[in-house]
Design a protein around this ligand. Structure first.
Ligand SMILES: Cc1ncc(COP(=O)(O)O)c(C=O)c1O
Length: 394
């Protein structure tokens, strides 16, 4: 599997991301621990996993973190631990990675899709409120691309409706709303440490964070074959699954966590540069639009997403110049074949924007010069596509 760029260039001039650069930076610091653990032969659980869980909980400003095997598992285990299952509805935005909605279906519940705002492409108080029915048990708020939506208003609506709030923070390590960290708002929050995430492992990994001790215990038990703390290896209190964070991944994640804030600041600086340069190119119509950012949110720029009406042709022109880009996501969830049966009504912003979204290169080791080249090439490609009236994506 590639890392989501969808690009095909063998040696790009500007890659979409560079995971090896992050690994190279961290390796000298973690090598002794990593090798001791590797050669010591104890790989499941243990002090490295506990240490990372404690560091991650503290970083998010909550009491508990439970390392699991992926962000997808984190979501499904949380739903199941909250007792959400058949007959229950869970509100999810249509513009997200399929795992958000798939976790609801795998938990046996029904996803209710909402549209997103035209500027930030996130769930809004209005779209949440109109999706709630008497069967709704929870909402999964997705901090897509690294930015949190209007949490105060969304939480107020959820509280009035008596439904649980779960944060899908898979793309939002270190993001904040009004000075408070992603992960500290909901009953629980789910993180992915997929390699390309802002905090990424060298394989699949994830975590649930929560300040509710009984929820933490239940998720830990479900993720470990239904075992409970203190029980022997063959005592199983419930039917669980095998979804644990490995010790070697935990060592790498702890090592990378020490760099996360520096890397995030670099992402933010790169995003400012993109905004300044692209903003100065006087596009008057919708041919190139930036995605909005609100000053109340600390956007951690997992992705830098713009909207381009002639997206596919522009993307091809960038690829010819060796600039890798991504599309997050080309098909909104409610239009994906296995989820269409849950689609009840048109969701115009999610549907329209899916044909326009373009993710530009974004990673801490991207250089200013590379950003300049991307902006110059993008603006030229947009102008050329507009001048030759290439077809608009629909
Ligand atoms: C918004 C969102 N939710 C959930 C997931 C699932 O995470 P994982 O790939 O670790 O299962 C991802 C990861 O791609 C994601 O971006």
């Amino acid at each position: 599997m590639n890392q989501g760029s969808g690009a095909t260039n063998e040696s790009p001039v500007v890659p979409f991301t560079d995971l090896a650069a992050m690994a190279r930076e961290v390796w000298p610091e973690i090598a002794p621990d990593y090798l001791t653990r590797l050669l010591g032969g104890a790989y499941i659980g243990g002090p490295a996993v506990t240490a990372f869980e404690q560091e991650w909980a503290a970083y998010c400003g909550v009491d508990h973190a439970i390392g699991v095997a992926s962000g997808t598992d984190a979501l499904q285990l949380t739903l199941t631990a909250l007792g959400i299952g058949p007959g229950d509805e869970v509100v999810v935005p249509a513009n997200t990675f399929i795992a958000t909605a798939a976790a609801v279906v795998r938990a046996g519940a029904i996803p209710r899709f909402t549209d997103v705002s035209d500027d930030m492409l996130l769930m809004t108080p209005h779209t949440l409120a109109e999706a709630i029915t008497p069967h709704t048990r929870a909402v999964i708020i997705v901090h897509l691309y690294g930015q949190m939506p209007d949490m105060a208003s969304l939480l107020a609506i959820a509280q009035r409706a008596g439904i649980a709030v779960i944060e899908d923070a898979a793309q939002a390590h270190g993001a904040e709303w009004n000075g408070r960290r992603a992960g500290s708002f909901g009953e629980a929050a789910c993180f992915s440490f997929y390699p390309a995430k802002n905090l990424g492992a060298c394989g699949d990994a994830g975590a649930v964070v929560t300040s509710r001790p009984e929820l933490a215990d239940r998720i830990r038990s479900l993720a470990n074959h239904g075992r409970s703390n203190g029980d022997s290896h063959y005592d199983h209190g419930c039917i669980g699954t095998n979804s644990r964070l490995d010790a070697l991944q935990a060592i790498l994640l702890s090592g990378k966590l020490a760099h996360l804030d520096t890397w995030t600041e670099r992402r933010i600086a790169l995003a400012c540069r993109y905004r300044d340069l692209l903003g100065s190119h006087q596009f008057t119509g919708t041919e190139l639009r930036l995605t909005g950012a609100t000053p109340l949110a600390r956007h951690v720029y997992h992705l830098f997403v713009v909207r381009v009406t002639r997206r596919d042709s522009v993307r091809a022109k960038l690829a010819q110049r060796g600039i890798q880009t991504g599309v997050h996501y080309p098909v909104p969830c409610h239009k994906q074949p296995p989820l269409r049966r849950f689609a009840e009504r048109p969701l115009p912003v999610a549907e329209q924007s899916a044909g326009e979204l373009l993710s530009l290169p974004m990673f801490p080791h991207l250089t200013d010069r590379q950003v300049d080249l991307v902006c110059e090439s993008l603006c030229e490609a947009v102008r050329a596509a507009t001048a030759s009236s290439e077809p608009v994506n629909v």
